[in-house]
Structures are given as C-alpha cells and as structure tokens.
Design a protein around this ligand. Structure first.
Ligand code: PEP
Ligand code: MN
Length: 346
C-alpha cells in the first residue's frame, strides 16, 4: 500500500474504537462508498491513559471486521501493541496495523512487535512517539525495516508537551519535517484528529498537512460522533469528511506546469537570498575570530553580558520594524551568538 508513492492522497478513516457490529456496518456503508478512502481504521485494543475506561472489544471486533470486510469490500486496520494482537489480526485477515504513539516510545515493545511481524507481509503504520524525539520514531521504522517489513508509513499525531498550545497534542510540524529529511521516500500521513482533539480543528490541521505535502490522512470518523465511546469530541461525521476531502483532491503535484512557471523566479530569488545569508554568516564568523585574537592578547573575556544585551536589544528592534517574528528572531540571534562564542573559544 505504501511501497510506491502515489500522487493521490492516501486516506484512512474510521472510528476511534470499534463499538458494535451495527456501528461498523454503518461505517462500511458510508466510507465504503467514498472512493478516496483506502482503508477503514477502528481501534480494537485501546490504550487508556488511566484505568477504568473502555479498553476495546478485542477479538470480537476482529470477527466483525473480517465479515464486513468481505461483505462490503473494504479493508480494515487497527492498532497493535503486543505480539498476540498481531497474531489475532493475522488470524482474522487484518493485514494493516499501526503502532500507537505510546508503543513507538518503547524500543523493547517495538522489538517484540517486529518479531511478531517478521515475514507476515503486513502493512505497518508507525505513529510518532508521544514525546518529540525524532530518533525514537526513526528507530522504530529502522527496526521494522530490519525485520523485513517494507510496506511502511509514518503517522504524525502530535506530541504531548507540558503546554500543548490549545491542541490535544502539539503538532510541532518541524519534527515530521525532520523525519522527511531523514527518510525522503517514506510516506507520512497526518492524524489531525489526535492533534486537534476537537472536530472543529480537524479541517484546518488537514489543510496545513496538505500544504506541507503530506501523503495522506488518518482521520477519526464516526457515524454519530456525540455517542462515540472514545474520543467523541474529535470525530468527524462522514459528511464532514466528504467536505474536507474535496480540497485534498485538488492538490497539485510540484511538477504542475502553471505552478512551476509562477514559482520559478521566486525560487531563484530565495536561492539568491540564502546564498547571501550564508556569505554574511561566514563574514560574521571571520570577524568573531579576529575579535577573539584581540580579546586573548588583551586578557579580555570572550563573553561580555552587557555587550550581548545591547546587541540583542538593537537587533530585535530592527527586526520588529521589519515585521519579523520576535520569538523567531530571538532564537536565531541566540543561535548565531552561541556559534560565535564557540568559534572564539577556538
Ligand atoms: C488512536 O488512533 O485511536 C490512538 C489511540 O492513537 P495514538 O496512538 O495516536 O494516541
Ligand atoms: Mn482515538
């Protein structure tokens, strides 16, 4: 399913949890009629943060999924966290699974799943770990590849931060972009439902993912979201999904001719400006080295807090006047200063 990159987005949709045969049947009827939906998701074992909540219907749900899959001609996927769950999925013909955010965090558990998945030919989706550590995400993918699983994709579902900035899980878009830099061939889906935590945020987040050239979405859809047993606030109705996907389908590839014509001169300008920035930085570091020599021969300290306070105040003032974001500029200037100190320490 993910072996070759497709221009068409890969849409996986379905309820947070499988709740009953009737619910799954309704999901199959609604989503099975949407050609964009490649696969239906439905949680069978639910990882609950605190005990006492609904933990999923387990094997019973897999039986329904197998029957309905055949009756309605749809494919199902669900989360697995233990080797026995992989075996049950295979027994009931579920050949696509995802590794949840809590599991990706734990290399021991990923290793156990790899042993169960080895040689199974299953499609595996790897959600980002709950913490924003791209190496854990990469590590899980590498472990799966080493186990011979090559039908793989990543799913970005956001990160659990001390302050989630109004999201259920902070998107930290730079983390999946780093994953993309490391593994450019790996498809990445966005799970706007678990990032947003509210149905109202889902289309906005999906739109950002589209603009960042994600390969598709995994989105929670329930025929009656208000009655959902888990994650009721964030599930879309099938109609809301249909509306949202209308814009995903107008996505153009970057080779689209008109797009390229309009972009070309701007991209050239960006290239030029980046080269200028790098030149300027190189000159700045050369000046730092000359200053280091003078400081050293006069017995002066490399770092002088007062001078740095004046520099940053002056630059932030200029940046503000030019409409640049203050937090971004502060971070950038601090990085440049830290490098200048490193260079001066020689
Ligand atoms: C889910 O997809 O329902 C789920 C529990 O996801 P996550 O692992 O992203 O929390
Ligand atoms: Mn959920």
């Amino acid at each position: 399913m993910f072996k070759t990159k497709d221009d068409k987005p890969i849409i996986i949709a379905g309820p947070c949890s499988a709740e009953s045969r009737e619910q799954l049947h309704e999901v199959c009827t609604e989503l099975g009629a949407m050609p964009e939906v490649k696969m239906i998701r439905a949680g069978v074992w639910k990882p609950r943060t605190r005990p006492g909540g609904f933990e999923g219907l387990g094997e019973q749900a897999l039986k329904w999924m197998q029957q309905l899959g055949q009756e309605c001609g749809v494919k199902f996927c669900c989360e697995v966290a233990r080797p026995e769950q992989v075996e049950l999925c295979q027994r009931y013909g579920i050949n696509a699974v995802w590794i949840g955010a809590r599991t990706t965090t734990n290399p021991f558990m990923v290793d156990e799943l790899c042993s169960a998945l080895r040689g199974s030919g299953m499609t595996v989706m790897v959600k980002n770990p709950v913490c924003p550590d791209v190496r854990l995400w990469l590590g899980a993918i590498e472990r799966l590849r080493q186990a011979g699983i090559d039908d793989l994709c990543a799913v970005h579902r956001g990160f659990n931060m001390y302050n989630n900035g109004g999201y259920r899980n902070h998107p930290l878009w730079e983390v999946p972009l780093e994953l993309r830099r490391e593994l450019p061939e790996l498809p990445i889906l966005c799970d706007p439902s678990h990032i947003g935590g509210r149905a109202g945020l889902v289309p906005t987040l999906a739109n950002i993912a589209r603009q960042l050239d994600y390969d598709g979405l995994m989105v929670e859809v329930h025929p009656h979201p208000a009655d959902a047993w888990t994650d009721a606030a964030q599930q879309l109705t099938p109609t809301a999904l249909r509306d949202m996907l209308a814009s995903w389908h107008t996505r153009k590839t970057s080779t689209d001719a008109t797009n390229e014509t309009a972009l070309y001169p701007l991209r050239q300008k960006i290239d030029e400006l980046d080269h200028e920035l790098i030149n300027t930085l190189s000159q700045r570091m050369a000046v730092s080295r000359r200053m280091a020599d003078i400081k050293r021969s006069n017995g002066l300290p490399i770092y002088q807090a007062n001078r740095w306070a004046d520099v940053i105040a002056d630059r932030l003032h200029q940046a503000e006047a030019l409409g640049l974001d203050a937090a971004f500029m502060k971070e950038l200037l601090e990085k440049i200063h830290a490098e200048s100190v490193r260079v001066q320490l020689g």
